[in-house]
Ligand binder design. Structure first.
Ligand SMILES: C[S@@+](CC[C@H](N)C(=O)[O-])C[C@H]1O[C@@H](n2cnc3c(N)ncnc32)[C@H](O)[C@@H]1O
Length: 381
């Protein structure tokens, strides 16, 4: 990715050489250049502002230097970002979107902002984004450009040494992150919550999810739509009356599988409601509810000393919140004592599932898998 930043205070952007963006440049993932807007002025005083038409306090940035800067720096495929308190609020989703662009050009305003015609002109030479980093007014756009750059750069493929850490962060799935702790277990009379020391992965996943939900509801009720707040207490064994909702949910969930694995026969999409009624009566099945709605399920059955897991499903609008992991750990811990191995199949091209199972300790097994699927297994600890 290439990033150009234009400002009348280029020194303000020196931190880009440090920390994350500095590391990304060193890794060759990023090329950042900072430009002084004044190089595109032609008067003795290098003037970049003038009085506003219509009167009023403050000065407005002149169009000529900005237009010349943008003409010099932008080309096909450039996204021009104007940092402004009247822009669209910057979000994690926007950071993800911008991290997929090849070239970002930041225009950092000062004074009362930039002449509107510059923004109109920019729209004719590239894609324009007007972005605010919050509902407050800074003196200039440099801090906003730094903040946006840092949020975008850490999402560049190959940047994070452990990309999985990105998927559990605040805002990735609509929830704030749970509280985190490190050693020592007891510090100045404050103890780490015992569940985190228990080694019980299912209990830890439940606790973390519950904390994330509580935090979000307390601090950011605007994020926490009731239908998306999953109550841990609503994770329970299946009832016969759940069949219809499971049937519907699995159709929604396995559609993405079909897209990821074209041509592969997917039983979950072929089953009738009767088939679902039959297996929920025979297998161990957990369901998860939110606001009365069934949002997740998982099943398992015993084969010798092996616990065969399957039908791990989470409503597509709630993916990325650790609910799949929570269901997986719940069904694992429900295995009878004689179980020595967990086994399952997933689509050979279902990257997201493969990643989750790998993180949970599953590895390619040697069992026969249906066409288009892979067999995964894990020894019980
Ligand atoms: C003093 S502000 C101008 C505020 C402008 N008169 C207004 O009320 O919208 C100067 C520059 O700081 C930057 N800026 C200030 N607050 C910002 C924010 N919350 N997000 C992004 N940029 C901001 C913009 O580049 C803006 O042009």
């Amino acid at each position: 990715m290439k990033i150009d930043i234009v400002s009348i205070f280029p020194d303000y952007l020196a931190p880009l050489e440090l920390s994350l963006p500095g590391k990304a440049q060193a890794k060759g993932l990023l090329d950042i250049a900072v430009h002084d807007l004044r190089q595109w002025t032609h008067d003795r005083h290098h003037t970049t502002d003038d009085t506003p038409y219509g009167g009023g306090a403050g000065m407005v940035m002149k169009p000529e230097p900005w237009a010349q800067a943008l003409d010099a720096l932008t080309g096909d495929g450039s996204t021009i970002v104007f940092t402004t308190p009247s822009g669209a609020p910057f979000t994690q989703a926007m950071a993800t979107e911008l991290s997929g662009q090849d070239h970002l050009v930041f225009a950092c305003g000062r004074y009362e902002g930039i002449d509107q015609r510059v923004i109109d002109h920019a729209a004719s030479i590239g894609e324009v984004r007007e972005i605010s980093i919050g509902d407050y007014v800074l003196n200039g756009g440099e801090v906003a450009a730094l903040a946006i750059t840092e949020a975008v750069v850490r999402l560049l493929p190959g940047f994070m040494s452990n990309p999985e850490s990105l998927t559990e962060e605040s805002h990735e799935g609509g929830l704030l992150e749970y509280p985190v702790y490190t050693k020592p277990a007891s510090w100045r009379g404050h103890d780490v919550p015992p569940v985190l020391l228990s080694g019980n992965h299912a209990a830890i996943a439940h606790w973390r999810h519950d904390q994330a939900v509580r935090r979000t509801a307390e601090r950011r009720p605007d994020l926490a739509h009731p239908a998306t707040l999953v109550d841990e207490g609503e994770l329970r064994l299946v009832q016969p009356g759940d069949a219809g909702e499971i049937y519907t949910l699995q159709r929604a969930c396995w559609l993405a599988e079909l897209e990821a694995n074209p041509g592969v026969e997917i039983p979950a999409l072929k089953e009738t409601l009767e088939d679902v009624r039959r297996w929920i009566a025979e297998d161990t099945v957990f369901v998860l509810r939110s606001g009365g709605r069934l949002v997740g399920a998982v099943r398992a059955s015993l084969h010798g000393s092996s616990w065969h897991l399957g039908r791990l499903m989470v409503a597509p609008d709630l993916s990325g919140r650790g609910l799949g992991r929570m269901l997986l750990e719940t069904i694992e811990s429900a295995a009878p004592d004689e179980v020595g191995t967990y086994e399952l199949f997933t689509g050979a091209r279902s990257e997201r599932n493969l990643k989750m199972y790998k993180k949970a300790g599953y590895r390619r097994g040697d069992g026969d898998a249906p066409p288009g699927a892979v067999h995964l297994s894990k020894r019980r600890r």
